[in-house]
Design a protein around this ligand. Structure first.
Ligand code: IVH
Length: 687
């Protein structure tokens, strides 16, 4: 097993870091499978950092919050070469002759990797700089992150920091897939990278094609006293360290580096948004120190986003499935960052008013790494003499209803949810989508056709389509009709959580639907839950709770739901096996990592024994089962509220019906766990 691990690690490194394929995919997969089989056979011999862990798993991982050993600071930014010049002068003034290291500023999401004795121990996001999320399982799937180091001379414990990026190729592939599935597109590679890193399924993370480039070391016992040398050492240990950096000894050299990359970066396969200039010597860095937020020994020079000036011809208004109105600018076609731009987003009425954008204006269009360019300003000197301020629409361009604005929302909404065509069609398109009811053959065009022929007014009509009328529609024919009907029939087996997502309740996305389904177990329970009860489900805040209450308060929605129910859709979660009732009425928080089981297994156990899983520590919680590294914030809160904390073994004893605890033995406590109800005052609790 050790031999296979070593070999696979080597091929991985060559492929992802050196871009050299030493073996065919087939050979690699064969070796990997062999290792997987051995690991299945001898699980106690399986290594946490085995190359098999790179494929990820679909076990959902809640992320633990972890404190950074060294704070993850941000960088002072500038867009002006003058300011940069001043920073250089000041730095030289303070420490004398200085070497600067110029690097690219990668546009992704920051990560801190900890290595212990040459093995990846932890990967943590920046978070608020002091503590971040432990995303190790997801980061393990990134091919260019070494799970074990090569070479020698690395300290026994150190951190290396860098950026998780999504190369353009992965980003574009992902968006093509999303477009085909009718999902919303990801705005830019940066959002895509940070979103991917926080996915629950590491298998999906592995599939998305992230990359990781490293640019900063921290820890005791680093082999050298300068940034450059340590980066070189890190490269020899197997890390992907960008070659695009240079030691500069003068302002002119720094400027040269910037000028070169301002243009050359357009050829790079990933996004960059500037250059980072760092003082090379650690001794100099120490002399310069830090401000509260950022080191004084480094600065980021940001590139100007690519800009073009063109005429604003007109403004269209799109109505989304939730009724949200989005203004879209029609432009006189203009070349920008390699594409011809004809349309740009304008966000909302406020933005138009703020920039005083008028039809006929020459406007600045920018593409700051976003796929949809945006208008960022007006060239007032070219404004036509007869131009008038733009008047935002007051009524829906599609159905004529008077638009409304909700508190705290910048957008206008068309409130006519049940009568406004793009909203109706949008909801149906969402309902049949791949991640929802997944009804094949029923795409946007067919839905529009059905709607125009009065065969589809809301989602429930899907289950009452007349097969003969369907087959006789133009462009459809018997085969497609049969296909659609088969897809509709099969959709009745779709799990409750997806049905819930498919309903298209405002703010109830895929994940929220999952949490709601596992918390309430049935649609009726959700429909009759109060606002407070709704917020007890994981990730459900007041905004979402309000939207749910509002949805079920609407008579029309209730009618739709009854029709869907009679069509046979799943309105209940699959019955979980009920082993005992020992935890009946108990609210339990499972937190941290466990020895024998995954956190999900632990949660499943709670349900099997009649208990309820809660995510957050509150006065409602009866007890907490804490594994390793339970978040310190949770622990503190639990202690403050006097909530009892059990370890894994104690919990297992309890399930075995013994209801006694080992090192916390105290009969009164055990009894309390068994009989305590929600009404018990907090002070009444022991501990
Ligand atoms: S050094 C204390 N180097 O930019 C200095 N950061 O705006 C730590 N970034 O949070 C950062 N490329 O996520 C450094 N070559 C580079 C970088 C870089 C991108 C990011 C990093 C940081 C942010 C600050």
């Amino acid at each position: 097993m050790r031999e296979l691990e070593k070999l696979l690690d080597h091929y991985n490194y060559m492929y992802y870091v050196e871009s050299v394929s030493e073996v065919s995919d087939f050979e690699f997969d064969t070796l990997l499978r062999e290792l997987q089989e051995l690991e299945a056979k001898y699980p106690d011999q399986a290594d946490n950092n085995s190359p098999t862990k790179r494929v990820g798993s679909d076990i959902t991982t809640a992320f633990n919050t972890v404190e950074h050993r060294f704070a993850m600071q941000s960088l002072a930014n500038t867009y002006s070469s003058e300011e940069l010049g001043e920073w250089i002068d000041r730095t030289v003034g303070e420490v004398g002759e200085v070497e600067f290291v110029c690097e690219l500023k990668f546009d992704g999401t920051a990560i801190s990797l900890t290595y212990e004795n040459g093995a990846l121990l932890r990967a943590v996001t920046r978070g608020d700089g002091r503590r971040g999320d432990d995303v190790t399982n997801n980061v393990r799937t990134i091919g260019s992150v070494p799970l074990r180091l090569r070479g020698e001379g690395y300290p026994p414990l150190f951190e290396i920091r860098g950026e998780i990026i999504m190369p353009y190729a992965s980003f574009e592939r992902l968006n093509r897939e999303r477009e085909a599935a009718g999902d919303t597109l990801l705005a830019n590679p940066r959002n895509a990278a940070s979103g991917t890193l926080k996915l629950q399924s590491s298998q999906e993370v592995a599939r998305r094609g992230l990359d990781c480039t490293l640019y900063q070391l921290a820890g005791e016992g680093l082999p050298y006293t300068s940034h450059w040398q340590n980066l070189e050492a890190a490269r020899s240990w197997g890390f992907k360290i960008s070659e695009h950096r240079r030691i500069c000894r003068s302002k002119a050299q720094v400027e040269e580096f910037i000028a070169y990359w301002d243009d050359a970066r357009k050829e790079l396969p990933y996004a960059t948004d500037g250059v980072v200039i760092k003082v090379n010597s650690y001794a100099h860095q120490r002399t310069l120190g830090s401000t509260a937020k950022a080191p004084r020994w480094a600065v980021a020079y940001k590139f100007q986003a690519e800009k073009a000036l063109t005429e604003l011809l007109s403004i269209d208004f799109q109505v989304g499935r939730t009724g949200a109105i989005t203004p879209v600018a029609n432009l006189s076609p203009v070349h920008l960052a390699g594409t011809v731009v004809k349309r740009a987003s304008l966000h909302n009425a406020e933005q138009i008013a703020l920039l005083d954008i008028r039809i006929g204006d020459q406007v600045y269009v920018e593409k700051g790494g976003e796929i949809i360019p945006k208008i960022t300003g007006v060239e007032l000197s070219e404004r036509p003499a007869d131009s008038k301020p733009f008047e935002y629409i007051t009524h829906c361009p599609e159905c004529g209803s008077k638009l409304v604005r909700y508190e705290g929302e910048a957008k206008h909404y068309c409130p006519n949810a049940s009568g406004c065509p793009p909203q109706i069609i949008g909801r149906i398109v969402h309902f049949v989508g791949r991640k929802a009811m997944d009804i094949e053959g029923l795409g946007g065009e067919t839905i529009e056709l059905l709607w125009q022929n009065d065969m589809l007014k809301d989602i429930s009509d899907i289950y009452h389509l007349d097969p003969i009328a369907l087959a006789s529609l133009p462009r459809l024919g018997e085969r497609s009709a049969a296909n659609i009907l088969e897809g509709i029939r099969r959709s009745k087996d779709i799990a409750f959580e997806r049905v819930l997502f498919a309903l298209g309740i405002r703010f109830v996305g895929e994940t929220t639907a999952k949490y709601l389904a596992s918390h309430f177990l049935s649609l009726d329970a959700i429909a009759s839950a109060s606002r407070e009860e709704l917020t007890e489900a994981e990730e459900v805040g007041e905004k979402i709770a309000d939207a749910i209450v509002e949805y079920f308060a609407d008579e029309k929605n209730r009618t739709i739901i009854e029709r869907l129910r009679s069509a046979g859709l799943k309105f209940e979660a699959e019955q979980k096996v009920q082993t005992s009732n020992i935890l009946a009425g108990k609210n339990i928080v499972i937190s941290g990592k466990f020895e024998g089981r995954s956190r999900d297994d632990m949660k499943a156990l709670v349900e099997e024994h009649g208990g309820r899983n809660l995510a957050a520590v509150s006065a409602n919680v009866d007890f907490i089962v804490a594994g390793e590294n339970m978040g310190p914030a949770k622990l503190q809160k639990a202690e403050k509220l006097g909530i009892r904390i059990l370890n894994e073994a104690e919990f297992m004893d309890m399930l075995a019906g013994e209801a006694k605890s080992s090192d916390m033995t105290d009969t009164a406590q055990s009894e309390q766990v068994a009989t305590h109800t929600e009404q018990t005052p907090i002070q009444g609790r022991l501990f």
